[in-house]
Design a protein around this ligand. Structure first.
Ligand code: BG6
Length: 505
């Protein structure tokens, strides 16, 4: 599908223009889009923040960020200068209406200079405490009246529970049209995640087996080496369930479990995904006890360095009840997936950084080979590795070469590194480009967010109301708490890791 972004004169207003997200992700992504000729000739990026930068100070700060974080390495001076001409900065107090009037004036001036209507993208890369005041002031100053040409991008977390997410949807829905609201889940912008749709719906091979008749279970494991770093204050109010499961992991689950959309357009894809969330089996308190396990990391050693327990991290309560690990068994109650377990787990400070989806197929109906041939028997598995390894492997049984009949597991591998030489764009490049052209396929719709919150609310409430007595219950550099092993072992399975994956993050 060719993307016509060059003709879309665009103004970005970045709230949180001096923040971490802008430094690490947004500014490098915009710069790379510029380098690769995706940005239109006329575009402007207006960063905003409380810091009293001059425009030159701001440009210099972003240059440092880009040199440090861009996938394309240090900026070329001539290219940078060209890009920097599009960068502006406005010192702003987000609570004051004058701030927004000034944006209005700047937007007007740009449009007059360019003699055209621009697409205006208000990007809220700020703490959620500011979502309401920003949205209300944008609307009060009539900056988003033109629903076809103005968009509001909202970073996560979108609410901290079902009630707050519903209230935020209601507020935004009262001020803007749904087609203007872009709720980001950066996992959806990842190349390997987008490829799940291609893999499932561009190949006829898998569809006949993609159901309860052939699939024994699905596993989604997103593990990280990092701890909470300097985000203790945010994470204390969040935990693994809110931070990873409600959004990224459930989105991955939807992509695996969704029915084929009729066409590859935003609403179609989003409808099929929300169907999955609605079909997911609600949790009773008994289910929470049986099918959900939580953990919190203790101290340990990572790559030769001693790392603190979560409770000793900065801005974390020394008695914290916040989970840094979650493992849950879900079911999707529909014809395709009845009684197929979906095991998900995520955790910080784990032994390996890897986001991997495993689909285990049922065993052969009848084994014709003698026992000694099948010592290393393993059912077929499809392993979709999202990061850091980007690959898809189909594990099958094969005859080991030799005169005797001995079977073992071999991998048929599609590996991005060997299949493609082109670069892989960062998730934010994809998502920013989509906001320019107005494609919401990879963004969360309001009802999707609420359905995901509804599903996890019983777990959230149970964990919050009942303090865990054994935190910390896993040490840094481990595979998480034993209860997570038990959760899956009860069904006769175990958590799958990628073969020979030693990459660490
Ligand atoms: C963010 C979470 O949404 O995703 C972080 O807030 C987490 O806690 C991060 O580390 C993981 O993203 P990625 O792209 O590094 O897998």
């Amino acid at each position: 599908m060719s993307i016509d972004s060059r003709s879309k004169t665009t103004i970005f207003v970045i709230f949180g223009g001096t923040g971490d997200l802008n430094s690490r992700k947004l500014a490098p992504a915009l710069y790379n889009l510029f380098l690769d000729n995706w940005l239109p000739e006329n575009f402007s990026i207006i960063g905003t923040g409380r810091t009293k930068y001059t425009e030159d100070d701001y440009r210099n700060t972003l240059l440092k960020d880009i040199n440090e974080f861009s996938r394309s390495g240090e900026a070329d001076p001539a290219k940078w200068q060209e890009f920097a001409n599009h960068l502006h900065y406005q010192v702003s107090d987000l609570n004051k209406i004058e701030t927004y009037q000034e944006f209005g004036q700047r937007i007007k001036t740009h449009q007059e200079d360019w003699q055209t209507t621009a697409t205006v993208i208000f990007y809220l890369a700020v703490s959620p405490n500011f979502f309401e005041v920003i949205a209300q002031n944008i609307a009060a100053c009539k900056l988003a009246e033109d629903a076809d040409n103005t968009r509001i991008v909202i970073e996560k977390p979108f609410g901290k529970d079902l009630d707050s997410a519903t209230a935020l949807n209601k507020l935004l829905g009262g001020l803007f049209e749904e087609k203007q609201i872009y709720r980001i889940d950066h996992y959806l912008g990842k190349e390997t995640v987008q490829n799940i749709l291609a893999f499932r719906f561009a190949n006829s091979l898998f569809e006949p087996t993609w159901n309860r008749n052939y699939i024994e279970y699905v596993q989604i494991s997103v593990t990280e080496r990092l701890g909470v770093e300097d985000r203790g204050d945010y994470y204390e109010g969040s935990g693994a369930l809110r931070d990873m499961v409600q959004n990224h992991i459930l989105q991955l689950l939807c992509l695996i479990a969704m029915e084929p959309p009729v066409t590859f357009v935003g609403e179609e894809v989003r409808n099929r995904k929300v169907d999955v969330l609605r079909a997911m089996r609600p949790f009773s308190s008994e289910d929470v006890r049986k099918n959900a396990a939580r953990g919190q990391y203790g101290e340990g050693w990572i790559e030769g360095k001693q790392v603190p327990a979560y409770r000793n991290e900065t801005k974390v309560d020394p008695q914290s009840n916040t989970e840094t690990f979650a493992a849950i068994k879900f079911f999707v109650d529909n014809w395709r997936w009845q009684n197929v377990p979906f095991y998900v787990r995520t955790g910080k400070r784990m032994h390996e950084a890897a986001s991997v989806i495993t689909i285990q197929f049922k065993d052969v109906p009848h084994l014709i080979f003698p026992g000694e041939a099948t010592d290393n028997w393993q059912q077929n598995r499809l392993i979709i590795s999202i990061q850091p390894e980007m690959s898809i492997r189909l594990q099958v049984q094969a005859k080991r070469p030799g005169l005797d009949m001995v079977l073992n597991t071999v991998d048929m591998v599609f590996d991005y590194k060997s299949a493609y030489t082109s670069y892989t764009p960062e998730a934010y490049e994809t998502l920013l480009l989509d906001t320019i052209v107005g494609d919401q396929t990879l963004f969360m719709r309001g009802d999707q967010v609420e359905a995901a919150w509804s599903l996890i609310m019983p777990i959230l409430s149970a964990w919050e109301s009942k303090k865990s007595v054994n935190f910390p219950n896993y040490s840094s550099d481990s595979w998480g708490p034993e209860i997570a092993e038990a959760l899956i072992a009860r069904d006769g399975f175990h958590w799958v890791t990628l073969p020979q994956n030693n990459k660490k993050k």
